[in-house]
Write a protein that binds this ligand. Structure first.
Ligand code: ASP
Length: 431
């Protein structure tokens, strides 16, 4: 029997999770929690989901380090690296800006912050901040933006790795790879072989972990639905719809146009090929945890070379977040509308600029953009506690924006590979 493709297995797991999660949610009452051998279903789902997520996260530090070192050292000379780095950053900057502007436009058109022409602050009970959230974001301000850049040059690389500060790890690995090319052959060769070996082991480990993806995805999604149900999806619906519409526009129009006209590849064939990674991003809400899968998929299915993917993707998983930047801008605009704030050009410009800068530093983990939104709100003079209303939808929108983040990285890697003359499996001229 032919084995069902991984993305189908994952899709089926998502559908089954939606059904089982909602059955469990229906059965749960104040006095009754469905259990199996005395353990609640939700804790079983949480446990299995956490093992899967941990397994993916476990390989991130060695994967990022080895792939960037091998990627940079493999590119060779400084001018080659400069060209690849320059193109990558240009692409990342442009697509992120495009995503933010789409978010801005959509929220301006749909105006979800107004109900019957009036600011929705009262309806949303915006004066009642949830305490727990208040404690979490207290003291955040524009100074955090400076901090993001400070973290790029960590004083202690081991500490940065242990704390998951990927920007620091990336910076160190780029320098390491670059200076490896300056070594004599005798020293450079064993180092290169070592890091290349580590990198390949990490990729094999990823493939192994992904065999369990359908089970992990099932558990992660069933837990979310069993706990929150679909009912949570009702209030604030027009904001969520505006964000979804903008994310769809960016994913199905802006990025495909770039793929088609700059990359000369078939956009939807690329999307189909990337689907295991996009679905993993959807279920984990973490672009960092998805990185191993993104790299494996782009090399195996899309046919991008390792020298491009190992540089572009680890960098992208941290600095390039199209979906997150779009969301940050839309969320800040929504709250500003709800408070009836005068949305002058200046305010909107400020929101766009901070969304662009903070999306670079946002970590690729679930709900990470809430901190960035807090920075934006503080900068435009809005009460930071207003973020509370976003929590209703955060998980669902996080799943969607994380997929867009990963899709943006994949598009960039594919286009850069094509600009470097690579054939790939999705080129237009390929029949
Ligand atoms: N969850 C997102 C990611 O990992 C970050 C965010 O927008 O919260 O890409």
């Amino acid at each position: 029997m032919r084995k069902l493709a991984l993305h189908w297995q994952i899709l089926i797991a998502i559908a089954l999770a939606a059904v089982s999660g909602s059955i469990i949610q229906q059965l749960t009452t104040e006095t009754f929690t469905p259990t199996i051998l005395g353990v609640s279903f939700v804790s079983i789902f949480d446990f299995v989901g956490a093992i899967f997520l941990n397994a993916l996260k476990m390989i991130i530090v060695p994967l990022i380090t080895s792939s960037i070192i091998v990627g940079v050292a493999g590119i060779g000379s400084g001018s080659n690296l400069g060209a690849l780095g320059g193109r990558t950053l240009l692409f990342y900057g442009t697509t992120t800006l495009a995503a933010i502007l789409i978010g801005l436009l959509t929220v301006n058109i749909i105006a979800p912050g107004y109900v019957d022409g009036k600011p929705a602050a009262d309806i949303l009970a915006l004066d009642a901040p949830p305490e727990e959230l208040e404690a979490k974001i207290e003291g955040r301000g524009a100074g955090d933006v400076v901090e993001l850049f400070l973290r790029m040059v960590p004083a202690n690389i081991v500490k940065a790795a242990a704390e998951g500060q990927m920007l620091g790890l990336i910076f160190f690995s780029i320098l390491f790879g670059f200076f490896m090319t300056k070594l004599q052959h005798d020293y450079a060769e064993p180092l290169f072989k070592f890091w290349n070996g580590v990198f390949h082991v990490m990729m094999h480990m990823t493939e192994f972990i992904m065999k369990f993806a359908p089970i992990g995805v099932f558990a992660l999604i069933a837990a979310v639905i069993a706990e929150t149900g679909f009912a949570a999806a009702r209030p604030l619906a027009s904001f969520a719809l505006a964000v979804l519409a903008a994310l769809l526009l960016h994913s199905f129009i802006t990025l495909p146009l770039l793929l088609r006209f700059i990359g000369q590849v078939k956009p939807f064939a690329t999307m189909r090929a990337m689907s295991p990674a996009l679905l993993t991003a959807f279920s984990t809400s973490s672009s960092s945890a998805t990185l191993p899968v993104t790299m494996d998929t782009i090399e195996e299915k899309v046919g991008v070379s390792n020298s491009v993917s190992s540089f572009v993707l680890p960098l992208g998983a941290t600095v390039n977040m199209n979906g997150t930047a779009l969301y940050e801008c839309a969320a800040a605009m929504f709250i500003a509308q709800a408070y009836g704030l005068e949305l002058s050009f200046g305010v909107q410009f400020l929101i766009v600029t901070i969304a662009l800068v903070t999306s670079i530093g946002v970590a690729g983990v679930p709900s990470a953009s809430l901190v960035a939104i807090a920075i934006i709100l503080a900068a435009v003079g809005l009460p930071v506690e207003a973020i509370g209303v976003l929590l209703v939808f955060d998980r669902v929108l996080d799943m969607c924006r994380t997929s867009v983040n990963v899709w943006g990285d994949a598009c960039c890697a594919t286009i850069i590979a094509r600009l470097r003359g690579e054939e790939t499996n999705v080129a237009i001229d390929k029949t």
